[in-house]
Each structure stands twice: as C-alpha cells, then as structure tokens.
Design a protein. Structure first.
Length: 139
C-alpha cells in the first residue's frame, strides 16, 4: 500500500475467469472499508477494472499458464488499479481503441474503461502491466 492509501486490496491467481469473480469480491471489500467513495466513482471504477481484468484473463497467452496480480487502492483523491501478468505482451494500441458498432457482440471493454477512467496505461515490456486511475469526484 502506498503511503497515501486509505485502503487497498491485493489478489493473485491464474489468468482465468475465477479471477474476475475475485476482483468483484475484492472491490466489495474495498468499498466496505471506504464507504465515503461515491456511488458514481465506485460504479465507473468497478466497470473499468472488471472490463480490463476480463480482457487480461481472456487474452493471456504464453508458454506457461499465466498468473495475474491485481492491486486496488483508494487514497484521498484517486482510485487506482495495477494489473500485472506474466503472459506474452499484448499488442494493443490504446490510442486506437474505439467503441464498436451497436451490432458488435464484443470489443467494448477497453473503450468502456477509457471512458470511465482518467488514465489507462499499458506497458508490455515484461509481460503486461495495466495502470488504471480514476480521480474521485466526491472530494
């Protein structure tokens, strides 16, 4: 936990959909410890975290079964998530992500995350590191 954090949660597990369920539980735990975070901030941050976590586990590929670590943190002004995996680097250009057409059955996750967050970064240098930040509107 950073020195400014009010609360944080850390999880680690294999890159599969059980981890996405664990993320929902971790967010519920986090919100129980920081009830002052507004419903809007909770909803939009949770949406972004869930969408990126789902993308991470659905697209994680590599020679071994990839592992994902996720740290969720709340401080006085910001909601932050850091997701790290040891999968092959994802070849994604966040500056080219757009919302697909209304008939599309997938492909909305990163576009929704970008809309809900103030900052979304991806570093594929060693596996993948995703940094998600939303400034709290309730402060």
């Amino acid at each position: 936990m950073s020195s400014d954090a009010i609360a944080d949660v850390y999880l680690e597990g294999p890159a599969d959909l059980t981890l996405v369920d664990a993320v929902h539980d971790a967010l519920a735990d986090l919100w129980s410890r920081v009830p002052e975070v507004s419903d809007e901030d909770r909803m939009l941050f949770a949406l972004a975290v869930s969408e990126v976590a789902t993308n991470v586990v659905e697209h994680a590929e590599g020679p071994e079964h990839p592992t994902v670590t996720i740290r969720l943190e709340v401080d006085a002004t910001t909601l932050t998530a850091v997701m790290t995996d040891d999968a092959d680097p994802a070849l994604i250009r966040l500056d080219r992500v757009t919302m697909p057409g209304e008939d599309a059955e997938s492909g909305r996750g990163l576009a929704l995350a970008l809309a809900a967050l103030d900052d979304l970064q991806h570093d594929p240098t060693h596996g993948n590191v995703w940094l998600l930040r939303r400034r709290r509107r309730d402060v």
